[in-house]
Design a protein around this ligand. Structure first.
Ligand code: GAR
Length: 220
C-alpha cells in the first residue's frame, strides 16, 4: 500500500468512526437490541453499536450481536468483588471503545454510582409500563393485577433509583379483556421496538435540556 492509499484508508476510517458510538447492555433475549440493530441497518438511526455487554453468559442477545458482526462481551459479576467493582469493569469496557451513550435493554441490574458518574445523562433504559406506574419486575403482570385499562412503554434517562429518571418518550397500549401476561407483553413489545430507536435518535440529536424531571426538546 502506498502512503497515498494509506491516507485514503485512514480518511475512510475516520469517516466511519464519526457516527455516535453507543453500547447496549442486556441480560437476556435482546429483542430491543435487535430493534436497534435493525433501525441502524435500515438507516433510520445514525449510530454504531460499539459493543453489547451482558451480565449473563447465555443471553440470547449476545448471539444476536455476534450475528450482526457486533462485539459481544459477557462480563461476569462473579469476577468482581462487589457491585461498584462490577460497574467499574463495565465503565472500563465502555471507555476503551469510546462509547458516548449507554442503552439498557432488559439489563436486569441496578446501575450504581461508578457507571452513572462516568455517563451523566448518557444512560437510557426501557421499561414495559407507563412510569411511574409499575416499576421493577413483572410490570405487565402488575398492570393486569391492578386492573388498569391502559399501560405501555417508557424510555427514560437512568438515575440511581430503579426505573426512575426523566422520561424521554412513552407509548400507550390498551389492556384488553382476556389479556394474559403473554398477550399484553407481546403488544407492549411492539411499541418498545418502535420507541427505543426513536428515543435514541432524539437523545443523540441533542438540543434537549432537563427542567427538573422534564425532558424538553428544542421548540418546547
Ligand atoms: C423488555 O420488555 C424491557 O422493557 C424489560 O425487559 C424486557 C427485555 O426484553 N425491561 C425491564 O423490565 C427493565 N426494568 P428484550 O431482552 O427482548 O429486549
Amino acid at each position: 500500500m502506498t502512503n497515498d492509499q494509506r491516507g485514503r484508508e485512514s480518511d475512510r476510517t475516520v469517516r466511519t468512526d464519526s457516527r455516535p458510538r453507543i453500547a447496549v447492555l442486556i441480560s437476556g433475549r435482546g429483542s430491543n437490541l435487535q430493534s436497534i440493530i435493525d433501525a441502524i441497518a435500515a438507516g433510520t438511526l445514525d449510530a454504531t453499536i460499539a459493543v453489547v455487554i451482558s451480565n449473563r453468559a447465555g443471553a440470547q442477545g449476545l448471539t444476536r450481536a455476534r450475528d450482526a458482526g457486533i462485539e459481544a462481551l459477557f462480563i461476569n459479576p462473579k469476577d468482581s468483588p462487589d457491585r461498584d467493582a462490577y460497574d467499574r469493569a463495565i465503565v472500563d469496557a465502555l471507555n476503551a471503545r469510546r462509547v458516548t451513550l449507554v442503552c439498557l435493554a432488559g439489563f436486569m441490574r441496578l446501575v450504581g454510582a461508578p457507571l452513572l458518574d462516568a455517563f451523566p445523562q448518557r444512560i437510557l433504559n426501557i421499561h414495559p409500563s407507563l412510569l411511574p406506574s409499575f416499576r421493577g419486575l413483572d410490570a405487565q403482570r402488575q398492570a393486569l393485577d391492578h386492573g388498569v385499562r391502559v399501560t405501555g412503554a417508557t424510555v427514560h434517562l437512568v438515575t440511581s433509583q430503579l426505573d426512575d429518571g426523566p422520561i424521554v418518550l412513552q407509548a400507550t397500549v390498551p389492556v384488553l379483556e382476556g389479556d394474559t401476561v403473554d398477550t399484553l407483553s407481546a403488544r407492549i413489545l411492539v411499541e418498545e421496538h418502535r420507541l427505543y430507536p426513536e428515543a435514541i435518535r432524539l437523545v443523540l440529536a441533542g438540543g434537549w435540556a432537563l427542567d427538573g424531571r422534564r425532558f424538553l426538546t428544542r421548540g418546547h
